[in-house]
Design a protein around this ligand. Structure first.
Ligand code: HEC
Length: 107
């Protein structure tokens, strides 16, 4: 069993890194117009208390947006912003912000 554990974890990671949602990036760009004043033009936020969205996995972004919309995650601003979004809008805007590549530089 011990021998198989690394293989299993490897498969799990491979699975996590493959795209799961099939959002339309172009349509997502249109939805993102109402997000950029807080989250930054390319999803890099400069406002304290507002997270950057660029490069985050689409599945994570979509799940957080659905949680705001469905009242499972609460934030005064985001609960309002997510309310009018359809599942399709959410998948699309998640695809838009997820497509940016972030380069990690060690200090
Ligand atoms: C008026 C400012 C504002 C606007 C406009 C706005 N957001 Fe946010 N957003 C925030 C803030 C503040 C938070 C942090 C909420 C918290 O602390 O829970 C947040 C959090 C999020 C998160 C969670 C990120 C994480 O790492 O957990 C997502 C996803 C998100 N916003 C997407 C969007 C999208 C998509 C739009 C446009 C449809 C949008 N936001 C519009 C201010 C804004």
């Amino acid at each position: 069993m011990k021998l198989f554990a690394p293989l299993f974890i490897g498969l799990l990671c491979a699975n996590l890194s493959s795209p799961v949602l099939a959002g339309d990036v172009k349509a997502g760009a249109a939805v993102s117009q109402s997000c950029v004043m807080c989250h930054g033009a390319n999803g890099i936020s400069t406002l304290p208390g507002t997270p950057s969205l660029a490069g985050q996995p689409d599945i994570y972004l979509a799940s957080q947006l659905k949680q705001f919309r469905d009242g499972k995650r609460h934030n005064e601003v985001m609960s309002l912003m997510a309310k009018p979004l359809s599942d399709e809008d959410i998948d699309n805007v998640a695809a838009w912000f997820a497509q940016f590549e972030i380069e990690l530089k060690k200090p």
